[in-house]
Design a protein around this ligand. Structure first.
Ligand SMILES: C[S@@+](CC[C@H](N)C(=O)[O-])C[C@H]1O[C@@H](n2cnc3c(N)ncnc32)[C@H](O)[C@@H]1O
Length: 485
């Protein structure tokens, strides 16, 4: 990467290429936790070395060096080997620094890791207060999960300079690397050299500042976080020609403006915000993640000089403590696994319901009782045919279930991110397994019907198991009576 010779005015931060753990040590990955894929390197097929079909890739986990069967050919160690795309720092108009592609980038390509200090959530809140008090305007904290965040304010990789866009060309994804979750920036689409990189911060807005978004996209929502529920509930957005109220003053924090408190009143020509708000600075915590890439903003806290942290529950409280300023913290609403493959989630999630904990429910189907039906048929050929077809059906069901479990994280992630396409290889695998299952079902059921209709039955007394009612007619009812519980 290069800075185009423009290091003057660069923010003061330390450049790092690896996360630094502040409140704990990096996990020591135990040998039994290492997942070894089944790929075999074939010099004639480069994709064989941990490409799209690699089990680890499918679960957003990097292969562990020394354990991958493809050894040095393994292509699934992009974070570890810093296989970054060529990118360049540049100065935007009004949004501070940004990054542009310094080469053509392919869809799905890993661009760079979002590195910083890994801190606890409490520490993130504390720091955001401090940054706020120090007057820092830009937010660099992203949340990893409910307990931890990455703060790239003081130490970080170049990913910290990627700006938000409502029509982004990148996304953040979480990957497990050597036992730790890491966040990477990936291309959502092909990106030509010279194009600015951006991702959707997906701010969740809980109150406080309204920050004008300067992404310039046609579909721009006007403010950072404007699409979030919190923002929409708190700020009535006025439709064109809606003149029930005239709004004279719509104070906004514009990221271009140096001194927010001295910003003149602005007549906002985008969506008019009903209520008057104080100018405020965005506290410097944000998130970047995949899809996701959600930047959530919530009121944080105020540290009285020498005092304890006070949680700001409402704007009123914050106004008292920080006249003209509201502290906010933002976090990624991030994926647990990335979208390395794309699949329509609906059939799978319908097929395998989940407990709230995320554990799969066993999907119980009351099946046609092939054994009972077979035992009651007089013809051995008919019985053998039924049992053989039942076996094929069971195998197809097992295959589909294990495939589903294999790619479940991705499917769930896909559901959250509403991706509109899936990778061909996974889609093909899924379609093949589903088709096999449907065909096996069909073959079995049609064989049952055919044999019941055309095969002589054993005399009632020899029938097994003995039925209470002993009526042959019940068998046809059973066949048609498959139901799901
Ligand atoms: C992670 S930093 C991005 C890098 C930043 N531009 C810099 O110079 O360091 C996030 C901050 O950039 C600014 N920003 C990013 N995208 C923006 C946008 N679309 N509109 C307005 N400000 C934006 C906001 O101040 C935000 O808090």
């Amino acid at each position: 990467m290069s800075t185009d010779g423009q290091s003057v005015g660069l923010p003061n931060y330390n450049h790092i290429d690896r996360n630094e753990f502040v409140h704990r040590r990096h996990k020591n990955q135990k040998e039994e936790e290492i997942i070894v894929c089944t790929c075999r390197y074939d010099p004639n097929a480069p994709e064989s070395a941990c490409g799209e079909r690699c089990l680890n890739v499918l679960t957003s986990t990097e292969c562990t060096p020394g354990y991958c069967p493809c050894d040095s050919h393994c292509k699934n160690q992009r974070f570890q080997k810093c296989e970054n795309a060529k990118i360049k720092l540049f100065q935007t108009e009004g949004r501070g620094w940004g990054l542009i592609a310094d080469e053509d980038i392919m869809t799905g390509q890993f661009i760079i890791e979002y590195c910083g200090e890994v801190i606890s959530w409490d520490e993130a809140k504390k720091r955001s207060c401090i940054y706020e008090a120090e007057g820092l305007k830009d937010a660099y904290i992203i949340s990893l999960d409910a307990g931890e965040s990455i703060d790239a304010t003081r130490k970080g990789s170049l990913a910290r300079f990627i700006n938000h866009s409502c029509q982004s060309n990148c996304e953040t994804r979480k990957w497990t690397v050597l036992g730790e979750v890491r966040v990477g920036i990936f291309a959502k689409q092909a990106i030509s050299v010279g194009t600015e990189l951006s991702y959707d911060y997906n701010f969740e807005w809980y109150g406080g500042a309204t920050v004008r978004c300067l992404c310039g996209a046609l579909c721009c929502s006007g403010f950072l976080g404007a699409k979030s529920r919190g923002f929409q509930e708190a700020n009535h957005l006025w439709e064109e020609n809606d003149d029930r109220y005239s709004v004279e003053k719509v104070p906004l924090y514009d990221s271009e403006e140096e001194d927010i408190a001295s910003t003149p009143e602005i007549n906002n020509d985008l969506s008019l915000v009903k209520q008057e708000m104080n100018y405020s600075s965005v506290s410097n915590v944000f998130d970047g993640d995949g899809s996701c890439d959600a930047l959530s903003v919530e009121p944080i806290c105020y540290i009285p000089p020498g005092g304890d942290i006070v949680k700001m529950e409402s704007q009123t409280a914050s106004e008292e403590l920080y006249p003209q300023k509201n502290a906010m913290i933002s976090r990624i609403r991030s994926n647990s696994a990335c979208r390395n493959y794309h699949i329509d989630p609906s059939p799978a999630s319908t097929r395998v319901p989940q407990y709230p904990s995320g554990r799969s429910k066993t999907h119980v189907r009351r099946q046609v009782d092939v054994k009972t039906i077979g035992e009651r048929l007089a013809s051995k050929e008919a019985r053998d045919e039924l049992f053989a077809l039942e076996e094929i059906k069971n195998q197809a069901t097992c295959q589909l279930d294990s495939l589903y479990n294999e790619i479940r994280p991705a499917i769930e992630e896909h559901e959250r991110d509403s991706q509109d396409h899936v990778s061909t290889s996974v889609a093909e695998k899924w379609i093949e397994a589903s088709t096999n299952k449907l065909k096996a079902d069909f073959d079995l059921f049609s064989s049952v019907i055919r044999n019941i209709a055309y095969t002589p039955r054993k005399p009632k007394e020899n029938a097994y198991p003995k039925r209470e009612d002993g009526e042959d007619g019940t068998k046809l009812k059973e066949i048609g009576g498959e139901q799901t519980t």
